[in-house]
Design a protein around this ligand. Structure first.
Ligand SMILES: C[S@@+](CC[C@H](N)C(=O)[O-])C[C@H]1O[C@@H](n2cnc3c(N)ncnc32)[C@H](O)[C@@H]1O
Length: 363
């Protein structure tokens, strides 16, 4: 349910529904067509383990892939432009609403710090082609209105956030931190699962946090949102029992990823848990799930201004945790209905489990 101020007229809703329909067609229609093209031509790849360049040779000339790749970029462009047009009609009111934080009676809070700035590796980037990136005007609303149809509405109840919340060991966590919390979709499940815990969401982008705060208050969930860099949060040593991050690491270069793991290690109390969730790495997709998914993830990074994807998905995440101080860490596949894993539904990138990497600080 959206806050009243974001209610659209019927025409505006129809405009958004049109793009949502294109996105659904890309996932469930062209996604299936790409899979069937790949399966028909994959005999050529059967000798040994298929590589991403070998899958590219099969897919790049095909009509479903070429059309799907074009549509992916086009649909993002269209949904952001449509959203900005709709928001532009009520710009002043939405601006006032977003800027009015910590109102009397708030259950949670928002703490902004303009000194945080923008990560240097985002200065010339518009991830997923989002105008102004996460920190551009209305960044949070733009992201929310894009991600819902992009995930074919299968994440509308924060299913991805719930997958990780259910995947981490159930313990009496007192303080929980979500790094790169965005609009709070990965944060809110902890308020329900651990009602006595203090839940903190951290993001560098004020525009994501302002909207996250409004959504949390709208749903009466007590979250304390803080503006900060995941690599250097400024939060005290040993102040959290559980730290999580969903879809943050694939959007960072290696140096920032290593710094963030070290920072999580510093912030954890002895015995504390750090868990991240992403799609599986390339070698796992190639060996155990779908070479086509590996190719599509690699190519989307190049196509959709998500430049750290190819490098991140080649990374050994357990080694990354160990470099950051965790003596032991492990990868754990988690149920993933969002991509259709286990349900037979199709999805643009194919179906696979979520991939949690988890480490504990020695107690
Ligand atoms: C793909 S979104 C995921 C948001 C959220 N975790 C979710 O699952 O819906 C990535 C988020 O990480 C934030 N982010 C990226 N780099 C960051 C950094 N260095 N420090 C803090 N936040 C960062 C972005 O602003 C964005 O909100």
């Amino acid at each position: 349910m959206q806050p009243e101020i974001l209610r659209k007229t019927r025409t505006e809703q129809a405009e958004l529904d049109f793009v949502a329909g294109l996105m659904r067609f890309n996932s469930t229609g062209l996604g299936k067509a790409m899979t069937s093209h790949y399966e028909r031509h994959s005999a050529a790849l059967q000798r040994g383990r298929p590589s991403i360049p070998a899958v590219a040779e099969v897919m790049e000339p095909s009509l479903p892939y070429r059309f799907g790749a074009f549509m992916e970029r086009h649909n993002h462009w269209r949904i952001f432009r449509t959203s900005l047009r709709i928001l532009g009609r009520r710009r002043e009111a939405v601006r006032r609403w977003l800027d009015d934080a910590n109102a009397a009676g708030s259950v949670g809070s928002l703490r902004l710090d303009p000194a945080v700035g923008v990560p240097p590796y985002y200065k010339k980037l518009e991830i997923h082609t989002q105008p102004g990136n996460y920190h551009g005007e209305f960044g949070g609303i733009l992201y929310h209105w894009m991600i819902s149809p992009f995930f074919v509405n299968r994440d509308d109840r924060d299913e991805m956030g719930w997958a990780l919340a259910r995947g981490v060991p159930r313990r009496p966590y007192g303080r929980i931190l979500d790094l790169g919390c965005g609009v709070g979709k990965s944060t809110l499940p902890y308020c329900e699962m651990y009602p006595d815990a203090e839940v903190v969401g951290l993001d560098y982008a004020a525009e994501m946090l302002k909207y996250a705060h409004k959504l949390a208050e709208h749903r009466q969930k007590r979250v304390h949102y803080v503006q900060g860099m995941a690599e250097k949060t400024g939060l005290p040593d040993a102040s959290f029992d559980l730290i999580v991050a969903i879809f943050l690491f694939h959007e960072m270069p290696r140096k920032a990823r290593d710094q963030t793991v070290r920072e999580a290690y510093r912030l954890l109390r002895p015995g504390g848990v750090f868990a991240i969730m992403e799609s599986p790495p390339f070698n796992v997709l190639l060996d155990q799930y779908s070479p086509l998914s590996a190719f599509l993830l690699d190519s989307t990074g190049r196509r959709m201004d998500d430049p750290y994807i190819p490098e991140f998905f080649g990374e050994d995440r357990v080694e990354m945790f160990k470099r950051g101080g965790f003596a032991t860490a492990r990868d754990v596949p988690l149920p993933n209905e969002l991509t259709g894993w286990g349900t037979g539904e199709s999805y643009f990138f194919g179906a696979y489990p979520w991939w949690m990497t988890i480490g504990e600080k020695e107690g």
